[in-house]
Design a protein around this ligand. Structure first.
Ligand SMILES: Cc1cc2nc3c(=O)[nH]c(=O)nc-3n(C[C@H](O)[C@H](O)[C@H](O)COP(=O)(O)O)c2cc1C
Length: 305
């Protein structure tokens, strides 16, 4: 039997598999297909203070080995989440991580003050959404703003803070280090890569928002590189994400330096992807004779140049 448990700071996960924000809703629909208590946790859809209807359609487009989306943070807003979705999430028996986004520091602070009084296990600060005009990626692509925002949020909540970073930067290590300096308990790498799909017949972008965020297997090598770089730059745990489709992908992220992973686009292909991937991880680790899954973390041996 492999010990699948892992710690993200003070948050103990039964296993390293988390459902990624924006690809699992608030767990309600996915719970129709499976018992979600077996997952490490669920990262809920990105929340803002007020409801958002998101961007106009079309807002998803399939690309080679990937998906381009510009959902634009459609969500019911904090109050509706606390009233209707959090009570449901609490029945599922796995860790609850609330992903939040703001157009200003004040909005992040207000949401975190409210979440501090709730039973959520961690707050994932979305500093990386490429599909909204203000806040988010603008903050997350500036090291000084990232450190300041995390530090401000740190003052208003005792909840574990996970900073979800954007790959759309020159130096991911600078961004990870500034999240750590601000007081983040973990960094989550990566959100989507900014992309463009064009229809040659109309000569227009496929997405109504023009650009979107690229996810899926196409981005896995970028994500792995960033996790490996960040592992050498920060001491806080790293949660790896980007294009994970099977158990072998999970082990690659752990070896690169992740302590846990999030599964995103794979959920849109199969609603049982998280469970299937967890079973694959278990079988692979058993075959490899690994006693504890956490023994994989950060074991990458780079070649000498
Ligand atoms: C349709 C869709 C909606 C998303 N919404 C959010 C969101 O609300 N908050 C967030 O932090 N990330 C969001 N993401 C990004 C994912 O959580 C994840 O970081 C990204 O898709 C890369 O992982 P993947 O390749 O496994 O999908 C979204 C991704 C997709 C495809």
């Amino acid at each position: 039997m492999v010990d699948l448990s892992t710690n993200i700071g003070c948050v103990r996960l039964a296993n390293p598999i988390l459902a990624a924000s924006g690809t699992f809703g608030f767990g309600r629909e996915m719970s129709l297909f499976q018992d979600l208590s077996g997952l490490g946790g669920i990262c809920a859809k990105g929340l803002t203070l007020l409801p958002r209807i998101g961007n106009p359609p079309p807002r998803v487009a399939e690309t080679a080995s990937g998906l381009l989306n510009s959902v634009g943070l459609q969500n019911p807003g904090l109050e509706a989440f606390l009233r209707e979705d959090l009570p449901f999430l609490q029945t599922l028996g796995c860790r609850i991580i609330v992903n939040i986004a703001g157009h200003s520091t004040d909005e992040y602070l207000e949401i975190c003050r409210r979440l501090d009084q709730t039973p959520v296990d961690a707050i994932e600060l979305n500093l990386s959404c490429p599909n909204v005009k203000e806040g988010c990626m603008l903050i997350g692509s500036n090291a000084r703003l990232t450190e300041r925002l995390v530090a401000e949020v740190r003052k208003v909540t005792a909840k574990p803070l996970w900073a979800k970073l954007t790959p759309n930067v020159t130096s991911i290590t600078d961004m990870a280090a500034s999240a750590e300096a601000g007081g983040a308990d973990a960094v989550v790498l990566i959100n989507t890569l900014l992309g463009l799909a064009i229809d040659y017949r109309t000569r227009r972008p496929v997405l109504r928002n023009n650009t979107g965020g690229l996810s899926g297997p196409a981005i896995k090598p970028v994500a792995l590189r960033m996790v490996a770089e960040a592992y050498r730059a920060v001491r806080i745990p790293i949660i790896g994400i980007g294009g994970i489709m099977n158990g072998a992908d999970v082990l690659e992220f752990l070896i690169a330096g992740a302590s846990a992973v999030e599964i995103g686009t794979a959920n849109l292909i199969s609603p049982t992807a998280c469970h299937d991937i967890l079973n694959q991880v278990k079988n692979l680790a058993e075959t490899e004779g690994i006693a504890r899954i956490s023994d994989y973390t950060g074991t990458l041996e780079l070649w000498n140049p």
